[in-house]
Design a protein around this ligand. Sequence first.
Ligand code: PMP
Length: 361
Amino acid sequence: MARFNFNPGPAALPKSVLETAQKEFTNYDSTHMSVLELSHRSKSYEDIHFEAVKRLRSLLDIPEQYEVLFLQGGASQQFAMVPMNFLNSEQSASYIVSGSWSEKALKEAKSIGQAEIYASTKDTNYTKIPDVHSIQNINEKTAYVHLTSNNTIYGTQWRDFPETDTTPLIADMSSDILSRRFDVRSFSLFYAGAQKNLGPSGVTVVVADRQFLEKSRKDIPTIFSYQTHVEKHSLYHTPPTFSIYMLNLVLKWVEEQGGIDAIESLNKQKAEKLYDAIDHSNNFYKGHAEVASRSAMNVTFTLENKELEELFLQEAEEAGFSGLKGHRSVGGLRASLYNAVPLEAVNALCSFMDDFRHRHQ
Ligand code: PMP
């Protein structure tokens, strides 16, 4: 039986990537060692490390004046590192709160300095993204504006990003990086934990404008300073070598798929197909997010008859579909359609949903 993985993260990885890793596992590139056993100072590892940087630069069209870093601690560590580096006592940081992850980012900023909510959609239970046009006239004392590009738990996603003029814009892109084209130059810094579209957990990608990085605070612990990692090319301490090796394989796979544009077009197709199944179900299934804010990565929905949700999950699991349980804070169901989830999986899920509806309507 086929197994279709809709996990929210860690999530599906391309089968061919897993097979390559398996093939190379005990003897990487004729070294007779596993990547796990290589020194991070060896040429073999450094080649992997810098190839991954190069690939990411090319896929996301990252300009020369931006640094690409591979750090640890997940996106959660970035919640703290951003204010540690960029929030000083004369300034305040503005957070656009569109879900639980933005709430967590704000909480960390408040533990470092002054931070406030610039806009929030909490009053609608995060069914939508704030109006992009409402983000304007930002106070010049604002250190930066922070947003979450895709809300993994609620299934909402920014279509267009706000223009913040001279105020630096920072984004947590953990759950939609590499899924669509965007202009890197709109951001002073963005970050993403790898475990959705980039590879396994363990590595966190940070991309930042060099001029912005130069403004970072110097009075913080070495390990949390972006400058430390810039100066040492993310080799200040032992990086998560195997995660970076896997990231490099995933990036190669994205290139082979035709790059970001091809991936984006397939992602659109997948999301449309599933939202269509929800919208044409006679209200048997109901989407959580407002249509204009719907995410192409995480499709959140409930069943009109809540009592059927447990049965849906049980039957889905038996039919080969994993990871469909919604996050505990929203309930219901969630299908995560990251890059490595094939259209075939979405087609199979839609058929299962139609069949389940016809049996229980
Ligand atoms: N931000 C977003 C949007 C997320 O989806 C997640 C994890 N699901 C996080 C932050 C936290 O990431 P990590 O577990 O890597 O710290």
